[in-house]
Design a protein around this ligand. Structure first.
Ligand code: CU
Length: 122
């Protein structure tokens, strides 16, 4: 495991532990449901995998994992998600509230045509 990847993992674990203490209270205020975890990969073929994400309304914790070497990011305009650029081998996790059912697009702001769909069900 590369040092940089390990550092990201340590940070992610620290964040999870920190969030764990408050998530129950936050959830009872927002949706009452569990946090939905989604992992989205981006690769050097300029594709997201999966390119269709299914969730229910509520809190979504989405990790963008760059499995290639070309940088990517993730934008979901409908829910104000706009991650920093994620370098090859790194990942970034964002939490957002999928408040409204519907089908929404997401994309990589760095690569035209690198797109997918977020389907939010009630
Ligand atoms: Cu990209």
């Amino acid at each position: 495991m590369r040092w940089r990847t390990r550092r990201v993992l340590v940070l992610a674990v620290a964040v999870l532990i920190g969030v764990g203490a408050t998530s129950a209270a936050a959830l009872s205020r927002s949706s009452g449901g569990p946090v939905q975890r989604v992992v989205l990969s981006a690769d050097d073929r300029m594709r997201f995998a999966p390119d269709v994400i299914d969730v229910r309304t509520g809190t979504v914790r989405l990790t963008l994992r760059n499995t290639g070497s070309i940088p990517h990011d993730l934008e979901i305009p409908a829910f104000d998600v706009d991650t920093p650029t994620v370098s090859g081998g790194d990942s970034f996790t964002v939490t957002f509230h999928a408040a409204r059912p519907g089908t929404y697009y997401f994309d990589c702001g760095l690569h035209t045509g690198m797109v997918g769909e977020l389907v939010v069900r009630a």
